[in-house]
Design a protein around this ligand. Sequence first.
Ligand SMILES: [Mn+2]
Length: 570
Amino acid sequence: MASLRRVKVLLVLNLIAVAGFVLFLAKCRPIAVRSGDAFHEIRPRAEAANLSAHSASPIQDAVLKRLSLLEDIVYRQLNGLSKSLGLIEGYGGRGKGGLPATLSPAEEEKAKGPHEKYGYNSYLSEKISLDRSIPDYRPTKCKELKYSKELPQISIIFIFVNEALSVILRSVHSAVNHTPTHLLKEIILVDDNSDEEELKAPLEEYVHKRYPGLVKVVRNQKREGLIRARIEGWKVATGQVTGFFDAHVEFTAGWAEPVLSRIQENRKRVILPSIDNIKQDTFEVQRYENSAHGYSWELWCMYISPPKDWWDAGDPSLPIRTPAMIGCSFVVNRKFFGEIGLLDPGMDVYGGENIELGIKVWLCGGSMEVLPCSRVAHIERKKKPYNSNIGFYTKRNALRVAEVWMDDYKSHVYIAWNLPLENPGIDIGDVSERKALRKSLKCKNFQWYLDHVYPEMRRYNNTVAYGELRNNKAKDVCLDQGPLENHTAILYPCHGWGPQVGARLWPGRDWPATPRRASCTWEPWGPPHSSPTPAAWWTTPRVGCPSSWTATRSRAACTSAGTSSRTVPS
Ligand SMILES: [Mn+2]
């Protein structure tokens, strides 16, 4: 405490000294200027002020700027801008350096409720400085790379709904602290109609006082979902480049330069900083492996291994080609993003937009890559803030992607969601504008994308049946995923999710051409396997004898609304 007081006293003394110096300059220099201007007329006040501002010397400008900065620091120290919100600034304190932070047992008790509400330990977040340092996880070589001084400016767009104030502000502080001033055009906060009072006036007053002129706040009048919220942010952005981030991230030193440099070289590149993890319970920052971002046929995104040519090059600082993006952080030239139709505004809430952008940018003349030299840490929450039925919206959005972009492969998305191929019973809205967009941009077909950008993705051609597989001797249990090691299936109560539903059938192997007993060739419908042969072929467990297996959906009979079933011999 004593040392803190000493620092404060020193700061104030420093301010007084600088203020004295500036006063001296302010009194003397303008007089010197005026004395040279013998015909100086008396002008209206405003105009005169204007004139003197124009004629001020660069030194005077610099000193005035420095003074206002010092004033700002002292103001915050003495008036406690962040303190009034119960928050902390400065580099030290709990959780500094990205180490795990802890709470006392009494605090733990208080933390429980908000932890549940936000999906991360927001009470702990309030105890961690808004400016804390986090580790530099860049590959060593990145630190030696040099970038041009003339890089395009970025508008950083954060979207949020009912996010903890301290977490949003840490995202903002971290962006300002780690983006070079001359490259940061502005920060845009898009509030997707949050309910919390602290996200209204207190947030707005804070950012405007703390970072005057730098932060724009956009408020959605109704909840639009993450996708249209990002578009709202884009609309008010003025930087040459726009960066979209969740409002629960922390940037690291040097994150911006490699991103802006890659976009300057080629404006059609969409760049993803590498993501590290901020643990939602302790706020410890954990390094993630270098990865590309892929997805399953449900269009759930996931980290996948970088492509073979990246490994072959043997340089971990090189960009990683990626088929799509997780979506919590991406950077794109502002105008180019508009040209390729932004994100699909017909999508609701969350999910699918990240895959759509990946497919679209690749098919329509651009590219997408992850940069290991640019790192942003992100909190993986326990739950999403859009608490309505996320699965439904993700499914609906996935079907929009399938209809617009996937040509013959669209059936894969329907099968993955266990929907009939015809009349799936989901209103996906109007996709005609998106189809027209694809046509006007003269985009390539989906087969090209699978061949060149996402060869790891499993293709399920010749599927004749899909859905749950039920046995006539035990109708309430379904074939489900057993241990992967011995490729054996198990019976499990039907739950309608996961590999149980995703099972599929491939003719020409064991069934139906050679129906060997007890070895139906159902395959779990899972993430893409890296090898071209399936990772797990299943042997069906016997249930009595003789018994038969029935698939709930038949691909061959899809014209009958997919409700017909087909008997699979046991
Ligand atoms: Mn997120």
